[in-house]
Design a protein around this ligand. Sequence first.
Ligand SMILES: Cc1cc2nc3c(=O)[nH]c(=O)nc-3n(C[C@H](O)[C@H](O)[C@H](O)COP(=O)(O)OP(=O)(O)OC[C@H]3O[C@@H](n4cnc5c(N)ncnc54)[C@H](O)[C@@H]3O)c2cc1C
Length: 437
Amino acid sequence: MVRSSFLAQLSAIVGIDNVLSDAQVRARFETDWTGRFQGQATAVVRPRDHDEVIAVVQLCIAEKVAIVPQGGNTGLVGGSIPLRGGIVLTTALLNSIEPINNNTIRVGAGTTLGDLQRHCAVAGLRFSVDLAARDSATLGGMFATNASGLNHLRFGAMRENTQCVNVVYGTGESVINASVDPLCGSEGMFGIVTSLELQLHKLPDETSVMIASFASVDDAVSASLSWRNNPRVEALELFTNEGLSLVCESYALSPPLPSAEAYLLVEIFGDVSEFAQLLAATDRVLDTVVAKSEADKAKLWRYREDHSAAINTLGPPLKFDVRIPPQNCAAFLQATSRALTDINPALRVINFGHIGDGHLHVNIVGAVATEQIESCVYDSVTNHGGSAVSEHGVGTLKVDRFVKESGAAKIEALKAMKSRLDPFGIMNPGVLANVQL
Ligand SMILES: Cc1cc2nc3c(=O)[nH]c(=O)nc-3n(C[C@H](O)[C@H](O)[C@H](O)COP(=O)(O)OP(=O)(O)OC[C@H]3O[C@@H](n4cnc5c(N)ncnc54)[C@H](O)[C@@H]3O)c2cc1C
């Protein structure tokens, strides 16, 4: 139970307009992107700078109020939602972008990826971690989940593209230019990242995009295994007829190619003539469509990037974001779909993902989570040498899986770090290892 003076004290720190306590205004901060997770916050607080974050954390320590850091709220594992009450601290106003310096840039944690991309493009540079939720996802949230995304194959994840961060720990202590670990991927359980220094890369002179169709998922995965080794390939994405039909139906799009079982979208550095090398490496391609102009490239990317939103139109999906060794992906997808259909032939399963790195998304629509469905997917992950925790992180959804996969020593180390950096247990309780102090 918070004291009635708490909201007034918050207002004194961040200004009355930046303490949102009205239930209707709070609602969008209390529900996740899929509509699957719902919580309730005492208030949503919008600090304007690093010092205000320090003061909010110190107040929450004194008042024993939990803090749920929130960026763009595009997380898919229930980590950004106040499921156990407390305040939501949104980084929306921490959105400064400083001048580029020697191919690095300092941005506020609440800067969206899209804003950063547009800013860097003017200088002929880019931030190389990219994902479909770019116009809402923030750099702070991406760092907190160690997001990887579409270009992971060539450029790595947030950890590899961040130099250092400014942070306010759960102790109230502020550290400027803190090192990337242990914060990267810690999902707000130690503190609030207020700004980041990021590594930039030169924008390629030219890129080209192709969608190729295949008679089976097996054929598409087999082609991806040879294409992923080509140094010109920077993105390699898999989707199937099931997902493509839903995207086309949801957004009134014509299919890019005659109907087939599976598709690969590939983006390369260079002009379209480079695709000849990829096509020569496999005889399994049925049809291709190639885009060179920016508008045509964006059109082809839509078929893949609109999958998550199209799936959401059918109601909150069950999402399994898993990592499978690339050579086992075809067997995993086949075995999992078969096992799910054996449970219930009416289950609609839509698979897609970053096949180049084996980051796959198994989506089940129109079903509620049951132990049988979860075990079916996770047993298949184990049988195919994969991990149940992948690029979306752990949040509150996968705590049990994370603990199981991590082993006792890692969990003990997290616990020790939690008691040092957040000794009052106010920072995003329940996420990751759900460490109780
Ligand atoms: C359409 C769509 C496509 C996606 N594609 C990908 C993809 O390709 N790859 C991928 O990795 N993810 C993807 N995601 C998931 C999501 O976009 C990422 O997890 C992203 O990193 C979340 O950023 P956010 O700003 O929305 O964070 P939020 O959802 O607000 O928060 C995520 C977590 O980070 C914590 N957090 C947020 N900001 C801070 C901060 N400043 N300091 C400390 N902790 C903080 C939160 O407490 C929470 O635990 C996708 C999501 C959608 C909806």
